[in-house]
Design a protein around this ligand. Structure first.
Ligand SMILES: [Zn+2]
Length: 479
C-alpha cells in the first residue's frame, strides 16, 4: 500500500504548479527520459507510439490529397542557406553547424537542418522545367535541430520530430488554396483525433515564418490558459522561387516562377494532448490516438480461470478492432490501476472470479472514472460505444474550456486586466501596426496568436493607439 501511494503522490497537482505537473506527467507516464545530450529528449515507447499514431493518421490524410513522401539530406551547405535573406536571418540564431568531417576541417560549413525549405528549393530548381512538372506535392518525415537555450519535453527541444510538406505550383491561387487546404487538415485532425478544438487564422507579419508571404496557424488553448501554436501552413508566393531560380515554361512557352507552400506539425502536439486533457492522476489520451485503448486488469489473478478469461476477452476485443492489453504482471490491482491512469489509457476492464461467475465485467472510464457493469456478451459493443462517447465528451469539454477562457476587450485597460487575471485568449481589435503589437508584448508579455478567419468587429478603433482597426486578433500568453 505504501508503494501504491507513492505512485500517485509522484504527480504534483496541476493547480499547485502546472509546469511541475507537466514534467511529472511526461516522466511518470514514461513518455520521455532526459538524455545526456543537452536539450535533447529520449522518446520512450509510450510516447513514440502516440507519435506513430499521429503520423499514421496525418500521412493518410496528406496522401489523399496527392502528397508523396521523400527524404532529403540532414545537412545544408551554408551557401544554400544564405540564398533567401529573410529566411537565413530568421534561423541563424538557432542553427547548429558542422565544421569538421572526420579529421579534416570542411571548406564550407554545413548546418544541421532547422527546416528544409532551401534543400527543397534547390531540388525543385533541378526537377521543374515545364508546366507539366507541376504541381510538386512533397512531404518528409524527419527530425530538425534548433539550438534552443531553454528546453522542455515535446514543447521545445534542440532536436524534434516533425513532418514538413513542401509544394510548388504554377499559380498564386493554387498555392494559396493548398496552404489553406493543409491548415484545414491540421485543424480537422486536432478536433477529430486529438479532441482539441483550435482557432484557425493568419499570423501577423511580425509572427510569420521567416521568408513567407503569409503564415496560417492553428492555435490551441492549454488547461492553464496558455496558447500553443499547434501547426502552421505558409504561402511563400514566388519569393523563394526567385532566390533559387525555380522556373517553368508555361503553355505559351514563357518562363514563369513557381509559387510555393510549406506546412508542418511536430511532436509539440503531444505536449498539447497532455496539457489539454491531462489531470492530477496523469495523462488522459483521446481514444482515437491512444496506443492502448483498453487495459484489462485481472482481479485475484492467481485464482483458477481468471487469467484465461482475461486472455479470451483480450482476443475477442482485438478481433473486434480495439487496441487491448492485459496487465498480468504480479503487481497489485491498485498499483495496476494507478499505472493505467498515469498512462492515460482510456478504458480499464476489471475481471475477477465473482465477475466471471456472473458473466460480467466492469468498465472504468479514465476521464470521468464512471464504472459500467456490462455482461460479457455485450462487452465488445459496449467498449466501442464507450470509446466513442469518451472521444466526443473530451472534445466537448475542451470546447467548453476554450469558450470559458476566451474574453473580448474593447479598451486597453480591459485587455490588460484580462491578460493578467483571466488566463486564456483575449480578443481585441488591432490597427495593423507592429508598434502596437510590440507595446502589448512589452506591457503584458502576451503575443498576437492569430487574426482568426472568423472575424468580429468589437470596436472601430485599435484600443492601444486609437487608429482605425483593421482586424480582430486573438492575443494570449503562449508556450
Ligand atoms: Zn494600434
Amino acid at each position: 500500500m505504501a508503494k501504491e501511494k507513492k505512485l500517485v503522490e509522484a504527480i504534483t497537482s496541476m493547480n499547485d504548479d502546472f509546469a511541475q505537473w507537466y514534467t511529472d506527467v511526461v516522466k511518470k507516464a514514461e513518455l520521455v527520459e532526459y538524455s545526456n545530450v543537452k536539450g535533447c529528449m529520449i522518446i520512450r515507447p509510450n510516447g513514440y507510439a502516440i507519435w506513430e499514431n499521429i503520423q499514421k493518421a496525418l500521412d493518410e490524410k496528406f496522401k489523399e490529397t496527392g502528397v508523396e513522401n521523400v527524404y532529403m539530406p540532414m545537412f545544408i551547405p551554408e551557401s544554400l542557406l544564405q540564398k533567401e535573406k529573410d529566411h537565413v536571418e530568421g534561423f541563424a540564431p538557432e542553427v547548429a553547424w558542422v565544421t569538421q568531417g572526420g579529421l579534416e576541417k570542411l571548406e564550407e560549413r554545413l548546418c544541421v537542418r532547422p527546416t528544409s525549405e532551401t534543400l527543397f528549393c534547390d531540388f525543385y530548381s533541378k526537377i521543374i522545367q515545364s508546366h507539366r512538372d507541376l504541381p510538386k506535392l512533397y512531404n518528409q518525415w524527419c527530425s530538425v535541430v534548433r539550438w534552443e537555450k531553454t528546453t522542455r519535453p515535446f514543447l521545445r527541444s534542440a532536436e524534434f520530430l516533425w513532418q514538413e510538406g513542401h509544394t510548388a505550383h504554377a499559380t498564386e491561387e493554387e498555392a494559396e488554396a493548398r496552404t489553406i487546404q493543409m491548415l484545414n487538415i491540421y485543424a480537422d485532425f486536432c478536433e477529430q483525433y486529438l479532441a482539441i478544438p483550435v482557432i484557425k487564422g493568419k499570423k501577423t507579419d511580425k509572427e510569420k515564418f521567416a521568408g513567407a508571404m503569409s503564415t496560417y496557424t492553428i492555435e490551441a488553448l492549454m488547461h492553464d490558459g496558455k496558447a500553443l501554436q499547434s501547426g502552421t501552413s505558409h504561402n511563400f508566393g514566388d519569393g523563394f522561387a526567385k532566390a533559387f531560380g525555380i522556373q517553368y515554361s508555361d503553355r505559351e512557352n514563357q518562363l514563369q516562377y513557381v509559387h510555393q507552400t510549406s506546412w508542418g506539425m511536430s511532436t509539440r502536439i503531444i505536449g498539447a494532448i497532455i496539457m489539454v486533457h491531462g489531470d492530477d492522476s496523469g495523462l488522459v489520451l483521446p481514444p482515437r490516438i491512444a496506443p492502448v485503448q483498453v487495459m484489462i486488469v485481472p482481479i485475484a489473478q492467481h485464482k483458477e480461470g481468471v487469467l484465461d478469461k482475461t486472455y479470451e476477452l483480450k482476443a475477442q476485443l482485438i478481433e473486434a478492432g480495439y487496441k487491448v492489453k492485459v496487465d498480468d504482471s504480479d503487481k497489485s490491482p491498485g498499483w495496476k490501476f494507478s499505472e493505467q491512469e498515469i498512462r492515460g489509457i482510456p478504458l480499464r476492464v476489471e475481471v475477477g472470479p465473482k465477475d466471471i461467475e456472473a458473466n460480467q465485467a466492469v468498465i472504468v472510464r479514465r476521464d470521468t472514472r464512471e464504472k459500467i457493469v456490462v455482461s460479457l456478451d455485450e462487452l465488445s459493443a459496449k467498449i466501442g460505444e464507450t470509446l466513442e462517447q469518451m472521444q466526443a465528451d473530451m472534445l466537448e469539454r475542451a470546447k467548453a474550456h476554450l469558450a470559458a477562457h476566451t474574453t473580448s476587450a474593447s479598451t486597453y485597460e480591459e485587455f490588460k486586466d484580462a491578460i493578467a487575471n483571466k488566463p486564456g485568449f483575449v480578443k481585441m481589435m488591432w490597427c495593423g501596426d507592429e508598434a502596437c503589437e510590440m507595446k502589448i508584448k512589452e506591457d503584458t508579455t502576451a503575443t498576437s496568436r492569430c487574426m482568426p478567419f472568423e472575424q468580429e468587429q468589437i470596436t472601430d478603433v485599435c484600443p492601444v493607439c486609437g487608429k482605425p482597426a483593421k482586424a480582430m486578433v486573438y492575443w494570449g500568453k503562449a508556450y
